[in-house]
Design a protein around this ligand. Structure first.
Ligand code: RB5
Length: 152
C-alpha cells in the first residue's frame, strides 16, 4: 500500500510521531511535508497530496493539522477523496468499513500520540465491507458528478 503523510505546522509533531510509528512497523510512507514548525497554510500542503490520492499515486493518505478539520475540508473538495476526521478508534474503523475512507485526518491538539498510533493501526487494518455500503459510497461519487466534479 502506498501511503502519504502530510501536515501543516499545527500537526507537524504528530506527523513525525505517525511517520516513526509506521516506519517502525515496516510500512513505507512518503513524507509530503511540512518539514518544520514554521507556519504554513494547510490548503497549500494538503491539496497536492489529496490530488495524488485521487489520481492513484497513493492508495491512502494521513493528513494532520491542529484539529484535523481544516485538512479534511480541503481534501474532501477533491473528487474521489473520502477524508474522515477521527479522534477515536470506533470512528476510524467505521470510516473504513462503511465509508471506504481513503484519507484519515488527525488533530494534534485533539489526539495524543498513543491514541493516534491506535487510530492509524485500526484505520490501516480495516477493510471496506462493500455491499450496501458500496451503494452509498457510489452515491457520494454521484454527488460529485452532479456538481460537475470528476476524477482526473
Ligand atoms: C493552525 O493554527 C490551525 O488552524 C490548523 O492547524 C488547523 O487546526 C485548521 O483546521
Amino acid at each position: 500500500m502506498r501511503i502519504a503523510v502530510a501536515s501543516d505546522h499545527g500537526g507537524f509533531k504528530l506527523k513525525q510521531e505517525v511517520l516513526e510509528y509506521l516506519r517502525s512497523r515496516g510500512i513505507a510512507v512518503q513524507d509530503c511535508g511540512t518539514f518544520s514548525e514554521d507556519s504554513v497554510d494547510y490548503p497549500d500542503v494538503v491539496l497536492p497530496v489529496a490530488e495524488a490520492v485521487a489520481g492513484g499515486e497513493y492508495d491512502r493518505a494521513i493528513l494532520l493539522c491542529g484539529t484535523g478539520i481544516g485538512v479534511s475540508m480541503v481534501a474532501n473538495k477533491v473528487p474521489g477523496v473520502r477524508a474522515a476526521v477521527c479522534s477515536d478508534t470506533f470512528s476510524a474503523r467505521h470510516s473504513r468499513a462503511h465509508n471506504d475512507a481513503n484519507v484519515l485526518t488527525l488533530g494534534e491538539r485533539i489526539v495524543g500520540p498513543g491514541l493516534a498510533r491506535e487510530i492509524v493501526a485500526v484505520w490501516l487494518e480495516t477493510g471496506f465491507e462493500g455491499g450496501r455500503h458500496a451503494r452509498r459510497v457510489d452515491k457520494i461519487t454521484a454527488v460529485e458528478e452532479k456538481y460537475g466534479a470528476r476524477r482526473s
